[in-house]
Design a protein around this ligand. Structure first.
Ligand code: AVJ
Length: 353
């Protein structure tokens, strides 16, 4: 984990692109990636962690998906932020330190920062150096007056927040994009508990969630007619080939995405079109014809159920904003005074490590 902070106010604009090819993945990340891939593929049912979709190609495919007529999520969330940023900012209040989980779409955070009263700064947390550099650069451009810090970390594990120059009156974690939907219920609970380590009572969580709706619309959002979601899904195999030296034939896996009523989620799978053996990091992975790799779950929520679940974890519902079609919800929760763990008393870590 390392904190990226420009030495002076201005950041050198060339570094992100020139280092991209060389630094795509380091040895530590590669080992972790390989271990996760082998773990997922070694047991039935096979699965892969959805967080590995987002290499450069994956991120660009996701951006294209979000522009398709079928994929309403990003547009709906953006329309909420555009229409209600002022109200959201007023609810959050002055002097807020915004802590963003993930940095794939800094435009929403930029909107919010523009509406907040005297924000204390912004921290972007991302596992990917490229995404982080890009997000920090774009936020700095939009808000040159603000302290913007990129923290390279996996927010599903423990991490320490860097100290900023301006003291915050309130900390708010911003978790956009219905990324929470990619987590199984138990992992989502663990994530919210982990967030509490960085919050004091009264601090906030602003979270975007995709709402339950007609199955047909949900399924179409994950089966766009241009085949972008299919390419996005298969790209995880392309990435495994490139970064882990595997020999997947991505074309021999079929994209499948459907709604599971049992779990209230869209499931994405890659289904093997034939019986085959794939080599990954010295291991042989056998596939039967029709055997699937579960690559992603995208949970869909009911607002009342979501609030009840968050309340059990110590987060009280303050306010909800939705778009006119009620596609998507942006939910503001505050940490109850009764809520448990906080490590704010822990000694500050070296910021430039
Ligand atoms: C970026 C996690 C919100 O779950 O809808 C898009 C990813 N997967 N199409 C989602 C995704 C397939 C997306 N999130």
């Amino acid at each position: 984990m390392a904190v990226h902070r420009p030495a002076t106010g201005r950041r050198r604009m060339s570094s992100a692109t020139s280092q991209r090819a060389a630094e795509e993945i380091d040895a530590v990340e590669r080992r972790r990636f390989l271990a996760d891939v082998l773990e997922g593929l070694s047991r039935p049912p096979k699965s892969l962690p959805a967080k590995y979709f987002y290499d450069e190609r994956g991120l660009s495919l996701f951006k294209s998906i979000s522009e398709t007529p079928e994929y309403y999520l990003t547009r709906s969330e953006m329309s909420i932020m555009q229409g209600s940023a002022g109200e959201i900012a007023a609810t959050i209040g002055p002097g807020c330190l915004l802590i963003e989980y993930g940095s794939g779409a800094p435009d929403k955070a930029a909107l919010l920062l523009a509406s907040l009263e005297r924000p204390a700064g912004h921290i972007s947390i991302d596992i990917s150096k490229e995404h982080l550099d890009d997000a920090v650069a774009s936020l700095e451009k939009a808000h040159p007056e603000l302290e913007i810090v990129g923290l390279r970390a996996d927010f599903t594990s423990a991490f320490q927040l860097p100290q900023l120059h301006t003291a915050a009156q309130r900390r708010v974690i911003y978790f956009a994009g219905s990324t929470i939907g990619n987590f199984e219920p138990s992992a989502a609970s663990a994530l919210l508990r982990g967030m509490q380590r960085h919050l004091r009572s009264g601090d906030g969580l602003l979270i975007g969630i995709d709402l339950k709706k007609e199955i047909d619309r949900l399924e179409r959002a994950y089966n766009d007619t241009q085949g972008l979601t299919e390419a996005f899904n298969r790209n995880i195999l392309v990435r495994i080939n490139r970064q882990l030296g595997a020999d997947f034939d991505p074309g021999s896996f079929e994209h499948r995405a459907f709604y599971s009523h049992q779990h209230d989620r869209i499931e994405m799978h890659l289904v093997s079109r034939r019986q085959q053996t794939v080599h990954v990091g010295g291991s042989k992975i056998h596939f039967l014809r029709g055997e699937s790799i579960h690559t992603e779950s995208c949970y869909k929520y009911d607002l009342a159920e979501f609030a009840a679940w968050a309340a059990k974890l110590g987060f009280a519902l303050e306010k909800v904003w939705t778009d006119s079609a009620k596609n998507f919800g942006v939910v503001f929760l505050t940490l109850d005074s009764g809520a448990l763990t906080s490590d704010l008393d822990a000694p500050p870590r070296d910021e430039t490590e």
